[in-house]
Ligand binder design. Structure first.
Ligand code: GTP
Ligand code: MG
Length: 202
């Protein structure tokens, strides 16, 4: 799928104020600074669509974007950002959890992790929580351009093995780079396939 049209719809902190619509929705989540907003800009060929920053904690709201007049893409705030303080972290956690548990249009969540790191406790706990709540998700390992191909494939293997220490099955895992556009087709095809299957079954 090629994204021909992407427009910002609304930002808010309240799942009840998200767009009233029957369009399927795909959301991007992960730790602050992992590259959620950059990935969204890369996927939509629009460097100004989602606000990015070198300072973690840039995205503080649930941001809806309408794609090809056919589905919504959602940029969520990063979790676990220390400098926000305990109250700030709790507030973001509440926004994220309400959105994930209450938003009926949400079809799949893309959980971004930094490909350079070993599995982080906060990501693992978050994905465990998704599993407990039966929320379908896919992992995207970001910033792949920061490593050689060999290093990258070793990191991906190590990440899978670490997950398999506690999980029986692995979710789908993609590797991406917002700088060299790695992963773009795979991620967009994944979304397209799910959206088509929803249409066929409706
Ligand atoms: P919050 O909104 O704060 O949660 O962060 P975010 O996850 O949206 O991250 P953002 O897209 O703002 O990117 C954070 C920083 O990482 C920026 O300086 C980006 O330029 C950089 N970055 C993001 N993706 C990539 C990538 O694929 N490769 C490289 N080299 N840098 C990246
Ligand atoms: Mg962001």
């Amino acid at each position: 799928m090629e994204i021909k049209h992407a427009e910002f719809v609304i930002s808010n902190t309240d799942v009840k104020k998200c767009p009233e619509s029957n369009l399927p929705e795909y959301a991007f989540i992960g730790r602050s600074n992992v590259g959620k907003s950059s990935l969204i800009n890369m996927l939509t060929n629009n460097n100004k669509l989602a606000m990015t920053s070198q300072m973690p904690g840039k995205t503080q709201l649930i941001n809806h974007f309408l794609i090809n007049n056919d589905w919504h893409l959602v940029d969520l705030p990063g979790y676990g950002f220390a400098r926000r303080g305990k109250d700030g972290r709790e507030e973001i956690k509440r926004i994220i959890e309400d959105y994930i548990l209450e938003r009926e249009q949400l079809i799949n969540l893309y959980v971004l992790v930094d490909s350079r790191h070993t599995p982080q406790k906060i990501d693992h706990e978050f994905m465990d929580w998704l599993g407990e709540n039966n929320v379908p998700f896919t992992i995207i390992m970001t910033k792949a351009d920061k490593m050689s191909r060999l290093q990258l494939s070793k990191k991906v293997e190590a990440y899978k093995n670490a997950l398999l220490e506690t999980w029986e099955e692995l979710p789908t895992i993609f590797v991406s780079s917002s700088t060299n556009r790695m992963g773009k087709e795979e991620i967009l095809d994944h979304i397209e396939k799910i959206t088509l299957s929803l249409k066929e079954n409706s």
